[in-house]
Ligand binder design. Structure first.
Ligand SMILES: [Zn+2]
Length: 238
């Protein structure tokens, strides 16, 4: 392989590597994985909020139940005291007042508890749904990752093969020429090298004047295009 051919092949390999990298990043599973990630984060945030609210509701219910139990206990005590022995008229009126007041409190506690329990049920349902969604997303993530690995394995193997070939080709070029190629590759977005076909360079395709063509045919095999300043190979392909 001549130096010129090595250079041309290096460019081909680099262009193929670029194409493969873009194919790999454009695989539909990647887009899907991003969507799954966003959805999973959203569900996690929602779940955190729901769990917080559910715990608050549980605390409120426990407090209300404790108060209710206390009033019921108190009612039993007052009732027992009222039932025990003889009482004055005034004492009986006091017991009745206490019992009425306790009954009101019990009613109020029960009245408070009903919507709290309903709210708790709603929150528990929402929590179950969020957890189910989260599990479904994780399963989908695993399946998509497997599909991506599966679908891209041949492409990855090809990228490894091309990368090895690239190292081999680069190692065969003089460091100065390789450096010149790398600079031109960045400047010309991959198309750094062109070859003369007749009197037309292969990339910029600006026909050379007879005098330029004459000068170039006298110069080095690897030179610079007078128009686009890419690396120009003046020899024809073998
Ligand atoms: Zn050119």
């Amino acid at each position: 392989m001549t130096v010129a051919d090595t250079l041309v092949r290096l460019q081909e390999v680099d262009l193929e590597l670029l194409k493969h990298a873009s194919t790999l990043s454009a695989m539909p599973q990647r887009k899907r994985l991003q969507t799954i990630e966003l959805a999973a984060r959203k569900v996690a945030t929602e779940l955190k909020g729901i769990v917080g609210q559910r715990k608050d509701a549980e605390t409120e219910i426990a407090d209300a139940e404790e108060a209710l139990a206390h009033y019921r206990e108190k009612t039993v005590e007052v009732q027992a005291a009222a039932d025990a022995g003889e009482h004055t008229h005034r004492e009986i009126r006091d017991f009745e007042q206490q019992l009425t007041s306790l009954a009101k409190r019990i009613e109020k506690s029960e009245y408070t508890l009903r919507p709290l329990r309903e709210q708790l049920e709603r929150l528990e349902r929402a929590e179950r749904n969020a957890r189910a969604t989260s599990e479904r997303l994780e399963a989908e993530r695993t399946a998509t990752e497997a599909a991506l690995a599966d679908g891209s394995s041949s492409l990855r193997a090809e990228i490894v093969r091309l990368s090895n070939e690239r190292s081999d080709l680069a190692g065969r070029l003089a460091p100065e020429l390789l450096e010149r190629y790398e600079v031109a590759r960045k400047r010309f977005k991959g198309l750094a090298v062109e070859r003369l076909h007749g009197n037309v360079p292969s990339v910029c395709r600006v026909k050379l004047q007879p005098s330029q063509f004459h000068d170039l045919s006298q110069s080095e095999e690897i030179t610079e295009c007078p128009y686009c300043h890419r690396i120009l190979i003046t020899s024809e392909e073998e």
